[in-house]
Each structure stands twice: as C-alpha cells, then as structure tokens.
Ligand binder design. Structure first.
Ligand code: GLC
Length: 446
C-alpha cells in the first residue's frame, strides 16, 4: 500500500475572498450571516477534536470499500478529525433526492458528500453546494483535467473537487473468446454476433449485461448508444431535443433488439450497476457495459467467479461509424454550504483528491484519476487495464450543464425503459421523450 503524503501546509487565516465575506457580514449584519453560514469560519485544520460527516455511496472495488480505508488513513494522519461515514444509496437519483431534501431543509450535515459529475449545475443552482474554489488557492484546480473542472463548475464558480473520472468500458471473458478464436469486439454488431455464438455453444446464458433500469444509469447508456449512432440527446447547440431523430431511433431499436433476441438478460430493464456486474461476475453474461470500478471487482476472487478471465476494451462503435462512445461519468466531493466544520472539511476534501490518494484508489479500485499527472503516469497505466483502454474511448457528455438536467434525464430514461420492458414502441416512446425533454429545457416540468 502506498503511504499518503503529509497534509498540505495549514493555511494561515482566511483567504482574501473569505475575508471580504466577513467584512460584508459585519457591515450587513444578520441577513448576510444567514445567507452565508460559513462566513467567519477558519479554514485551518482544527486543534480541538471535531467530527465531520461524509455522505458517500459505496464506491471503488465493491469487495474493498474505499470509504473504510480512506477514513482510516485520513484519521491516522489527522488525529484531531474524526470522519463519520453516512452511507448513501447506490442508486444515484435516490442519493441526490435524499441529500437535496436534507440540505434544502438547512441541515449542517453531512459536511461533505460525494456527488455525481452530473449534479453540479443543479446543486449549485439550488444553493446545495458550497462554491469551494473560494477557500482554495487560485491554482488549486490547475492539475485536474480541464473538462472535469468545467463539469464541476457552474456560472464561473467551482463547486466540486473531482474525485474520480468515470468512463464506460466493454468487459469480456478472455477465456471464452480465446477458446472460440474470437477477437475482442469493436462494434456492437460483433458484440451481438459473438453473444449469439457463445449462447448457442452453451457457454453462457446471456450475451451483454448493462444498466437498463429507469434511472440515471440508463440515460448514460442511452447517451452513448445514441452518440455511437451519430446523434445525441440534444442537438449540437444543446438547445433542442434530438432524442426523436433518426440516430436515436436506430440506437434504441438496437437496444430493444438485444432484449428481444435474448442477447441481453431478460431482467435488463431492472438492472442498475450492481445487477449488471453480478450477471457478468457469476458467469451468466459474456459481456458487460459498466464503469471503471467494475474491473477491480470482477478481478477480485472474493467477489467474482470469473476472476483472472476478465478483459477490458473501449466501448464498441456501430458498423460504418467510428464513434466508440462512452458517457463521461465520475464523482466529485462537494461541501454542504451549511457546514459548521469548514477547516476540517477542507482538509478532508483536499486530502482525498491528492495525487497519492488518487494513485492508491486507481490501484485498489480501478478508478480513473482526475489529476492529469496521476492518470498519465507510466506506473498507473501499467497497473490499470482500464486506464490503458481509456484513450480508445470517445467521450460524450450528457447535457448536464442545464440546472434542469434531472428532468431531461428522467424524460430519457423513463421512455427508453418503457421500450426495454416492452410496454411502448420505440417511435411512440421517443416522441414522448422529445416532448418531455423540451418541457424540461423550458423549465416547465419542475
Ligand atoms: C456512475 C458514473 C456517474 C453516473 C452513474 C449512473 O456512478 O460515475 O457519472 O451518473 O454511474 O448510474
């Protein structure tokens, strides 16, 4: 195990911007105090013992809970700070809804929370995340991938510190492909063809498992199938729905066809990340679409029946197109604007996003580091097959920069899920999705 670096040198006093806020507070009295609960708090690591709460869903290798070892290492280095983990649901929408209600109600806990890269605009717009750049040195974000920082920002302020940069990959069984003389597929048509063959030969029950339940995960999956077919959820200007255009129809019909033909598991329309991963790790499915973390779990003999036989490659394209589309995913750490533990929370946020911890997470949990220097280092590339495969992915963002993204996403996943579960025809469902995306963009569906 790598030893984490020593803590950043403690800051002396408040940064300039925070000082300005204190001055404003004094001048304006209680009203400003109420608007900015962290004003006046020290950014230093506290001398007296404090407990901070960190809300996070299980992440990293599911057999080696990253939350547990991160907290143990942090507490060892910061004897005055205790970190209490509050477990969040693995379903990203349920997670966001619970946090939003709590923070909107004025709760000062959790002090810190892990949040999806897709949340920044909504959380910032609703005042549910602190503009954390205010309390960090001006060059703090320089080492992070610029696209990731952009995704953590809203209207010129940065709200989240990037923790992981997720991408989707196609996982496959090296043993089965070798035995049948097959190459790792680079197109969806070949995924379907190899699935058919491996099912016919009695090797597996299913071909490809993915996330088809009615939640954010299906929007991410749809986003990449549609991009691979040459389209998008919105048009290029991110102004109008494109989800009812021809490429989206082709993409969703293809997804539907996988189920109809029995190449995707019958239950795929109820699968989130854990169910799809399990279908692969228990040997039922030959292929899996999942995020970076899945590699470490699938290769963990304690978690997987196929450890040692796991291959990973970039996402497939459609024949005749060359976009190997992967949605951009990932997680940031955000701070509750009502925290009463600014200094201790900053210490934790900056520590878990430091180079040493990013490297350790990549090694133990196959996460993709957000710091360029870590992600691009020879050492990390050599030990992480997902990082080695990542450059072949064509990254496509979800349209998350609108504060109405939750409604946009819901319009997509609920209608595509209706197709996958057989309750609607593709044409009708995508027509409905178009109308609902438009209402969301107009801010009419809140
Ligand atoms: C992963 C991704 C995240 C995405 C989520 C969907 O956690 O990192 O960006 O929204 O899956 O379920």
């Amino acid at each position: 195990m790598r030893s984490p670096r020593a803590d950043r040198p403690p800051r002396t006093g408040l940064p300039k911007a925070a000082l300005a806020l204190v001055v404003t507070t004094v001048l304006a009295g209680c009203a400003t105090d109420h608007d900015d609960p962290v004003a006046g708090q020290s950014t230093d690591v506290p001398d007296e013992p404090v407990t901070i709460t960190w809300q996070a869903a299980p992440f990293g290798n599911r057999g080696d809970d990253a939350r547990v070892w991160l907290v143990e290492e942090f507490e060892r280095l910061h004897p005055t700070i205790e970190v209490e983990v509050v477990s969040a649901p693995t379903n990203v929408d349920t997670n966001r809804a619970g946090l939003s209600t709590q923070i909107m109600g004025g709760s000062s806990t959790p002090d810190i929370y892990n949040g999806d890269v897709a949340w920044s605009a909504q959380m910032a717009d609703a005042g549910l995340a602190l503009p954390v750049d205010e309390y960090l040195p001006d060059d703090y974000f320089d080492g992070f991938d610029p696209a990731v920082v952009e995704a953590a920002s809203y209207e010129g302020r940065t709200y989240g510190i990037p923790l992981t940069l997720d991408q989707a990959f196609l996982y496959y069984r090296t043993d089965l492909l070798e035995e049948h003389g097959l190459e790792p597929p680079t197109t969806w048509e070949v995924v379907a063809e190899q699935s058919r063959l491996l099912i016919d030969e009695g090797e597996v029950d299913h071909g490809i498992a993915y996330q088809g339940a009615a939640y954010e995960g299906l929007t991410a999956v749809t986003n990449e199938f549609v991009a691979a077919a040459g389209g998008g959820i919105l048009d290029d200007a991110l102004e109008s729905p494109a989800i009812d255009d021809a490429p989206a129809h082709e993409a969703v019909e293809f997804m539907h066809g996988l189920g109809e033909e029995g190449l995707a598991p019958a239950g795929v329309s109820t699968f989130e990340e854990p169910e799809s991963l399990q279908s692969f790790t228990n040997g039922q499915s030959a292929f899996l679409r999942n995020w970076a973390y899945a590699h470490a779990t699938a290769e963990d003999p304690g978690m997987s029946e196929i450890a040692g036989d796991v291959g990973v490659t970039a996402m497939p394209a459609f024949e005749g197109q060359d976009t190997r589309a992967s949605s951009v995913g990932g997680w940031n750490v955000y701070m509750n604007p009502h925290t009463e533990n600014l200094g201790a929370s900053l210490a934790f946020l900056t520590w878990i996003t430091s180079p040493e911890i990013q490297a350790e997470m990549a090694e133990r949990s196959s996460t993709v580091p957000t710091l360029d220097s870590v992600r691009e280092s020879e050492e990390i590339r050599a030990l992480s097959p997902v990082i080695a495969a990542a450059p072949d992915n064509d990254l496509v963002s979800r349209p998350t920069s609108t504060p109405h993204y939750t409604q946009v996403s819901q319009a997509v996943f609920s209608n595509v899920n209706a197709v996958l579960s057989g309750t609607e025809e593709t044409g009708d469902a995508l027509g409905e999705a178009r109308g609902a995306v438009q209402s969301a963009l107009d801010g009419r569906s809140l």
